[in-house]
Design a protein around this ligand. Structure first.
Ligand SMILES: Nc1nc2c(ncn2[C@@H]2O[C@H](COP(=O)(O)OP(=O)(O)OP(=O)(O)O)[C@@H](O)[C@H]2O)c(=O)[nH]1
Ligand SMILES: [Mg+2]
Length: 461
């Protein structure tokens, strides 16, 4: 928890990664930002007279030693129109850690304090520049490894989720004021809402909350990544397909059946989605203890997958073991991949289509790469069920928990209302629902919640 003094102090941090680079950036924010930076600025003009959002060339001067440290560009932003909402300066010097640390130490000697992780964003939240869900989006954007995750985080930063939450919260508050009016005028026999009207309104709100919650599983996967596992009997070309999708000769490929014994996992990008791709040991009944363990491991990998690529060898007729494995995968979402399509076809595709009519089939060659684009598209379409989603996506556990609590409070309100409980009881549950939504966007918050969120940020953000 921060004291008032700590919150009012001027903070500084290196905001670029530590290492040698063309430029490095130091951020300074707070009431004294301009006067502190002025004391190490050797250039034309004075910070208190500069216009906001202007850049100034100057030398960085160490008043303690009376020496020049570097040349830099000083970007000045006056509060409230800055990231933190306070007066800010960004010093762009040469990207050498020795220089950057030297500048930092001068700033501290002149009265600034080293920023804690996420403190710039915390100040942005406290000054009302962004709400809590938006502040969380900042961190998500920084750590995004895939395009889809980045797009989701950007949508949240732009307030997509917050708007929806605030809208629902306003609706609940308006219901509450109707109830209060009904209570106030109840002695005169005036009621502003009938029970049916109230039920309808609560039901509509519940629907909105449940729609948001329904997107959580997909949102979580977009954030954390999907798992796709390649399965099939030995020698059908699983490892060859794994290498092809990975674009790297990662797995050992030989013409000996039973080559892969352990599970190999690598992250790949499938049309903007982060996917953990797993190659497994070929499925067959065997007395070899190593291979049996491989098959057992394949089974558990399949159990935690979002999708399996069930590989068949197109240059051979369908085998008993293929069908046995297919039965084992009955409840698992899958794509049938007919591999070795460059060779003379022996497999009867019509037979497979007839037998497994509801499972998509893609023909590929791991040698010529034919069909791989179609396979990637199929995988993406199966992982993302609702590409045209208009609803903001909920992907953070904190948001899911707040929405689940809101849902529960609304259900309680609904039960009270239907059972004819007094308006006061309905109001208590509705007030609770509004508070949970308020927590999500940070209208209602505690230092503990803020510490939990911002401590996960990096220093300098
Ligand atoms: N012509 C042709 N050969 C392929 C293709 N895919 C794989 N092969 C060959 O098939 C043999 C087996 O390939 P792997 O990728 O090791 O097969 P696997 O399914 O991983 O085999 P196990 O690890 O033993 O279960 C190798 O000789 C590959 O070169 C393909 O699309 N076309
Ligand atoms: Mg293999």
């Amino acid at each position: 928890m921060q004291t008032q003094g700590e919150q009012n102090s001027t903070i500084c941090a290196i905001s670029t990664p530590m290492g040698v680079s063309a430029i490095g950036i130091i951020r300074v924010s707070g009431l004294q930002a301009f006067s502190i930076v002025q004391s190490l600025f050797k250039g034309r003009g004075a910070f208190k007279e500069f216009k906001t959002h202007t850049a100034h060339y100057g030398e960085v001067f160490d008043p303690r030693k009376n020496e020049i440290v570097d040349e830099a560009i000083f970007l000045l932003m006056k509060g409230p129109h800055s990231y933190t909402g306070e007066d800010m300066v960004e010093i762009q010097s040469h990207g050498n850690p020795v220089i950057l640390n030297k500048i930092l130490s001068i700033l501290v000697s002149q009265g600034a304090r080293l920023a804690e992780p996420g403190e710039f964003s915390r100040r942005a939240f406290l000054s009302g520049r962004m709400d809590l869900a938006q502040a969380e989006a900042v961190m998500e954007m920084i750590s995004s490894q895939s395009d889809k995750r980045f797009q989701w985080a950007l949508g949240q930063l732009k307030g997509k989720l917050s708007e929806r939450i605030n809208e629902m919260r306003r609706e609940i508050i308006s219901l509450l004021s109707q109830i209060e009016a009904s209570i106030d005028f109840s002695e005169e026999g005036i009621s502003f809402y009938t029970r049916e009207e109230m039920d309808k309104q609560i039901d509509a709100l519940l629907g909105k909350v449940q729609t948001l919650l329904a997107g959580y599983e997909e949102g979580k996967k977009i954030r954390d990544g999907f798992t796709v596992t390649i399965v099939g009997r030995p020698n059908v070309g699983k490892s060859s397909l794994f290498n092809l999708l990975l674009q790297e000769e990662r797995a050992i490929v030989t013409h000996y059946p039973g080559t892969t014994r352990d599970i190999l996992q690598e992250w790949i990008d499938i049309e903007g989605l982060a996917v953990k791709l797993c190659d497994t040991a070929g499925y067959r009944k065997t007395d070899d203890p190593i291979e049996s363990e491989g098959v057992r491991r394949s089974d558990s990998a399949i159990g935690v997958s979002d999708l399996t690529l069930f590989v068949l060898d197109g240059s051979e007729p369908l085998q008993k073991e293929d069908m046995e494995l297919m039965d084992r995968l009955e409840t698992i979402e899958k794509v049938i991949v007919v591999n070795k399509y460059d060779l003379t076809r022996q497999i009867d595709i019509g037979l497979i289509e007839g037998r497994y009519s509801d499972i998509p089939i893609v023909c590929v060659s791991s040698v010529t790469t034919e069909g791989v684009i179609a396979l990637r598209n199929e995988v993406k379409n199966l992982l993302i069920k609702n590409p045209e989603r208009e609803q903001p996506l909920v992907a953070l556990l904190r948001h899911k928990n707040a929405l689940t609590a809101t849902e529960k409070a609304l259900l309680n309100a609904m039960t009270s209302s239907r059972e004819g409980a007094s308006w006061e009881f309905v109001a208590i549950d509705l007030r609770e629902a509004a508070d949970y939504l308020g927590e999500l966007v940070g209208e209602i918050t505690t230092d503990e919640i803020l510490d939990n969120i911002f401590n996960q940020f990096c220093i300098g953000k």
